[in-house]
Design a protein around this ligand. Structure first.
Ligand SMILES: Nc1ncnc2c1ncn2[C@@H]1O[C@H](COP(=O)(O)OP(=O)(O)OP(=O)(O)O)[C@@H](O)[C@H]1O
Ligand SMILES: [Mg+2]
Length: 332
């Protein structure tokens, strides 16, 4: 079978830092595949190796059947890339940016003209195509970059943090374009994100990546189901009781302990609603006072916490502010 992407133990070292560590993944043609992980997990480095921007230190990768180290030219012909930081020329119009890209890929004038109209209409930017990019909003810039990545009909499209720093409504719009082009253009997509909702909403399969390694890989549903039920959060009156309570639950076999934080314990149980009385009575029998209890379906963040002991979202807010600033400062 021809995979859109196939890597074997691909690794990248930067001096003493191992940014990507022996990653082996296969992405099927037409798949929308997500790399979900926190800042510094190695997502961009992996995309850079797959798009021939940087050479692997060891291991190998094929993109659309071509080896990234041995056939970089063929790889580039078959991919489109939307980088994490914007690479548009903001002194040109949207149409001129697209035309320039088409020229770089050797498309003739007639083909360029036709394709520009197609990709503009796909991301609904036709009415703003002839104004300079400096006047675009952050979301419009991102849509134009996606359109540009599609100009030469790539088989595989890499989207590195496609909605980073965008407001929630614009993010929803971009999600719809990504779904549409995956369906209508049949393009295989690999996107990176640290927004679990984004990965959950868009991706057929997700690789959760942390410290350069894949810690879990499956469909969003299977990843969430792997925790074994609903997540119950128990807030304890005394943090010192946490270890004892976890021991009781583990001994009893009624729950999986997902994580602990300050005075909270996160556990997963099958049929959570029914189990709550039993869970509480075990605590009360042991003389442990529970202040509050809540129940919810597991999220991909719970899966991440389960595998790494940390949450994905820790640095999200400060990063959004930084990127928002980056986009704004480009427009000055
Ligand atoms: N050119 C480089 N030189 C040295 N270290 C680098 C370089 N590029 C990346 N790194 C390091 O490699 C690790 C992975 O970085 P990378 O940018 O791939 O992470 P990421 O998952 O894309 O993070 P983010 O969500 O912030 O974009 C980090 O520790 C980073 O500091
Ligand atoms: Mg990155």
């Amino acid at each position: 079978m021809l995979y859109a992407i196939e890597t074997q133990e691909i690794t990248k070292h930067f001096d003493e830092i191992t940014a990507v560590n022996k990653v082996s993944i296969s992405v099927k043609p037409g798949e929308l595949f997500g790399l979900l992980g926190p800042n510094g997990a190695g997502k961009t480095t992996l995309i850079h190796m797959l798009s021939t921007m940087t050479e692997p230190s060891s291991g190998s990768a094929k993109v659309w059947g071509y080896d990234v180290a041995l056939e970089p030219g063929s790889v580039r012909q078959n991919i489109g890339v939307v980088f994490q930081d914007t690479t548009l020329d903001d002194r040109l119009t949207g149409r001129e940016n697209l035309d320039l890209h088409g020229r770089l890929y050797g498309l003739d004038g007639k083909t360029r003209k036709k394709r520009i109209e197609e990709v503009l209409s796909l991301v609904e930017l036709a009415d703003r195509a002839d104004v300079i990019v400096k006047t675009y909003s952050g979301g419009m810039m991102r849509r134009l970059e996606i359109a540009r990545g599609l100009m030469h009909h790539p088989h595989v499209l890499f989207l590195d943090e496609p909605t980073l720093g965008l407001d929630p409504q614009t993010r929803l719009h971009i999600w719809e374009y990504i779904k549409k082009l995956n369906k209508e253009e049949g393009v295989s997509i690999v996107l990176t994100t640290h927004y679990m909702e984004e990965a959950d909403h868009l991706c057929n399969r997700i690789a959760i990546i942390d410290n350069g390694e894949i810690v879990a890989l499956d469909t969003p549903e299977a990843l969430k189901n792997s925790l074994g039920g609903d997540v119950i959060t128990l807030e304890l009156e005394k943090p010192d009781d946490i270890s004892r309570l976890c021991e009781i639950y583990q001994k009893n076999g009624c729950a999986n302990i997902v994580s602990k934080k300050m005075n909270e314990v996160f556990i997963t149980v099958k049929n959570g609603e029914r189990q709550i009385p039993h869970i509480l009575s075990l605590a009360s029998t042991a003389g442990i006072s529970i202040q509050s209890v809540s129940l919810r379906k597991p999220t991909l963040d719970d899966v991440f916490i389960h595998h790494t002991g940390r949450a994905i979202r820790d640095k999200e807010v400060s990063e959004i502010e930084t990127v928002g600033y980056k986009i704004r400062s480009r427009r000055k």
